[in-house]
Design a protein around this ligand. Structure first.
Ligand code: GDP
Length: 187
């Protein structure tokens, strides 16, 4: 366990979790991570970026911090089906769709089913409707995605990697859902 001085009084406990990103190509997976980790957005981002691994820390309360080890597909989903190896040992998954692309929502549902069948049974899954700055082109109603998420037992958030809307809230909500009482994930 790492005990370090936080900004307030007392010590901080850090818990580590592997988080995988899933979703159809070009829904904004890489953009979401770059927004979250670097607070940047690039309109001309190629649909893949070289780096596939990031870490970011989320304070949960005065004593507790979650460190996410974030795995991005780096575009592999375009060329082959992602091997279960990718999400094996993941404690959390962010399944992303593009609110302007109905097909990407359907694809997200198939990823959720696969995770629920094959990943760690305790995995925390968040469904994310990205690009919610493009409201005039919306093809997936927020209520429909929310209803599906409730039924499937998922967190749900609409985000915009472009404006940054709800991106921090998304990762904070995931951090709060993680098992923070277990020694297993603490460093
Ligand atoms: P990935 O293939 O799922 O990793 O998707 P990328 O992050 O590479 O994004 C694909 C395209 O969508 C890029 O042109 C991004 O600039 C754009 N994009 C990503 N997120 C958003 C968003 O929230 N809003 C808008 N308008 N465009 C976005």
């Amino acid at each position: 366990m790492s005990i370090s001085r936080g900004s307030g009084a007392g010590a901080t406990k850090t818990f580590n979790f592997k988080l995988v990103l899933l979703g159809e190509s070009a829904v904004g997976k890489s953009s979401l991570v770059v927004r979250f980790v670097k607070d940047q957005f690039d309109d001309y981002r190629e649909s893949t970026i070289g780096a596939a691994f990031f870490t970011q820390v989320v304070p949960v309360d005065d004593q507790t911090t979650v460190k996410f080890e974030i795995w991005d597909t780096a575009g592999q989903e375009r060329y082959k089906s992602l091997a279960p190896m990718y999400y094996r040992n993941a404690q959390c998954a962010v399944v992303v769709f593009d609110i302007t692309q109905e097909a990407s929502f359907e694809k997200a549902k198939t990823w959720v089913k696969e995770l629920q069948r094959q990943a760690d049974p305790d995995i925390v899954i968040a469904l994310v409707g990205n690009k919610n700055d493009l409201t005039s082109r919306r093809a997936v109603p927020a209520e429909e995605a929310q209803a599906y998420a409730d039924e499937a037992g998922l967190l749900f958030q609409e985000t915009s990697a472009k404006t940054g809307a709800n991106v921090g809230d998304l990762f904070k909500a995931i951090a709060k859902k993680m098992p923070l009482d277990s020694q297993k994930h603490s460093q």
